[in-house]
Design a protein around this ligand. Structure first.
Ligand code: ZN
Ligand code: ZN
Length: 138
């Protein structure tokens, strides 16, 4: 049975349901971002009555409340989700095996600085994806 995140969800203005608890629990167990399909496959093992659209809606809800970070990979156009622990993240994407390797830190401070020095533009976010071959595939 999933742990109960009732208080946590209430803090974000979300009603606690069994599915939402389950999805949160799965997100806590993952150590890399996953697509809605991957999360669904894990969830369905625990609760076969769940369907993919429920998982998808739950993830979108969490994303709208900043509980999870949603990243859309440009190559596959696939959305991946993970718990929003330390703000946003960037990944190195292996174009061969599709491995996602997170960058330790956001390297974009200099770019944001350069943009803000141009004046007149307010930055609200950025995206960065580094494509290449991982150590196994190169
Ligand atoms: Zn690879
Ligand atoms: Zn960044």
């Amino acid at each position: 049975m999933p742990k109960h995140y009732t208080d946590f969800l209430a803090k974000h203005g979300i009603k606690s349901t069994h599915q939402r608890n389950l999805v949160l629990d799965l997100l806590h167990q993952m150590n890399s971002p996953a697509s809605a399909e991957e999360i669904y496959q894990k969830a369905a093992l625990l609760q076969p009555t769940l369907n993919l659209s429920t998982i998808y809606r739950t993830l979108e809800l969490f994303s709208s409340k900043n509980i999870v970070t949603k990243t859309i990979l440009s190559e596959t156009k696939k959305a991946i989700y993970e718990l929003n622990t330390a703000g946003h993240k960037h990944y190195m994407v292996c174009v061969k095996c599709k491995a996602l390797l997170p960058l330790e830190n956001c390297p974009c401070a200099l770019i944001e600085e350069a943009v803000s020095s141009q004046g007149g533009f307010e930055i609200i976010g950025h995206k960065l994806e580094i494509m290449g071959y991982c150590s196994r595939c190169k």
